[in-house]
Design a protein around this ligand. Structure first.
Ligand code: HEM
Length: 128
């Protein structure tokens, strides 16, 4: 069977009062007949109609049963141009590299506390 392809625009333009269609992980689901049976509630599904619900769906941590149930409502995929491959979670793992100066600077390296310790030891030895 050939997979039906949708654009995000097409999904967004659907009549959200008449049907509940959304995108999860680049796949398109029509849950119009399921909204009243959804254990997580009718409203939450209706509110995501026309949108990309991938993140919300994942955040709930849906069970394997739920993921199995989804297959029943699968109606197609997004066209390639509209697919999103990495969900943007606003986490930047690429911290700037530690600069030479701060890595080797006297005040920030181990040398400063070591020198301070030595100095205090000498002071203590000679003064008391
Ligand atoms: C085809 C799509 C979906 C199916 C088949 C589905 C199915 C289910 C099922 C079976 C449960 C019961 C708990 C579990 O088994 O994990 C559940 C709970 C829930 N779902 Fe969905 N769901 C879908 C989409 C969504 C979306 C898009 C959202 C959010 C926008 C959502 C929000 C929730 C919430 C909040 C709960 C309640 C979790 C709790 O009470 O702990 N679901 N869903």
């Amino acid at each position: 069977m050939e997979t039906k392809k949708f654009t995000r625009k097409e999904i967004a333009e659907r009549d959200t009062k008449a049907e509940t269609v959304f995108v999860i992980a680049n796949k398109v689901y029509d849950v119009t007949k399921f909204v009243d049976d959804h254990p997580g509630g009718h409203e939450i599904l209706v509110n995501t109609a026309g949108k990309d619900a991938s993140e919300q769906f994942e955040d709930v941590g849906h069970s394997l049963d739920a993921k199995e149930l989804m297959k029943k409502y699968y109606i197609g995929e997004l066209v390639d141009q509209d697919k999103r491959h990495n969900v943007d979670r606003n986490v930047n793992w690429n911290l700037p590299p530690v600069s030479e100066e701060s890595a080797n600077g006297f005040l920030t390296s181990w040398k400063f506390p070591a020198a301070l310790g030595l100095l205090l030891t000498l002071l203590y030895t000679y003064l008391f």
